[in-house]
Design a protein around this ligand. Structure first.
Ligand code: ADP
Ligand code: 5GP
Length: 201
């Protein structure tokens, strides 16, 4: 069986990753999503186990010690990490998995899974990013300022990603994202079984 592909999605907070991913899942429902373990407090509207498992710092540090995480990082004072087992199981079962991480997490994953495909979600401008963070209404001003500060660092790392999708018009961005995932199935390393089958090996 061909292995599944890991797709990494990153982008500054407020660039619209969550909103975009919801659209992407409507268009490509067969892709799996990695649920991160995090220690940040739950925001209004968030649901345990949907995008995140909200856990204590003690439990997070236990996961680090037990080597249960594929990657982890501290973002604006809280731990965020990707549990390892679900990702490895999905890939071994031939399924594609989407992992949302910040740029530090992306570098860690690429070291362990070098053929992961990385996609950076870019806001149309810094002004629009600021307006989206403020308009979302989930964070107080001091947190927004820290997130904007992080955004500059993250955007300067966008050059290390395989693809950049600008999230201006949502529908267009979602179609572009799905196109990147679709073209991947034609890559040679996804079709090694086909070559062997045709050659009757
Ligand atoms: P992230 O997950 O990257 O932190 P969100 O998905 O929470 O970002 O989006 C931040 C805010 O921007 C939300 O209020 C969302 O409704 C809005 N938003 C996201 N994408 C777009 C878009 N293409 N056009 C206009 N507003 C958007
Ligand atoms: P938020 O608090 O806005 O949900 O997420 C803050 C940042 O953490 C975003 O850049 C988001 O992409 C990133 N993030 C979400 N899950 C993970 C994870 O499992 N690992 C890492 N390293 N970053 C994550």
């Amino acid at each position: 069986m061909n292995k599944g592909r890991v797709f990494i999605i990153s982008g500054p907070s407020g660039s619209g990753k969550d909103t975009l991913m919801k659209k992407v899942f409507e268009k490509a429902p067969d892709i799996l999503f990695s649920i991160s373990s995090i220690t940040r407090p739950m925001r209004v509207g968030e649901v345990e186990g949907e995008k995140y498992n909200f856990i204590s710092r003690e439990r997070f540090e236990e996961m680090i010690a037990n080597d249960e995480l594929l990657e982890h990082n501290v973002f604006v004072g809280n731990y965020y990490g990707t549990p390892k087992a679900p990702v490895l199981n999905a890939v071994n079962d031939g399924k594609n998995m989407l992992i949302e991480v910040d740029v530090n997490g992306a570098y860690q994953i690429l070291e362990k899974i070098p053929d992961a495909v990385s996609i950076f979600i870019m806001p149309p401008s810094l002004e629009i990013l600021k307006a989206r963070l403020t308009g979302r209404g989930t964070d107080e001003q001091s947190v927004i300022d820290k997130r904007l500060f992080e955004a500059l660092r993250e955007i300067s790392c966008a050059k290390d990603y395989d693809y950049i999708v600008v999230n201006d018009d949502l529908e267009t961005a979602a179609n572009e994202f799905v196109s990147i995932m679709s073209v991947d199935k034609f890559k040679t390393d996804r079709n090694l079984e086909l070559i062997n089958k045709i050659l009757n090996k």
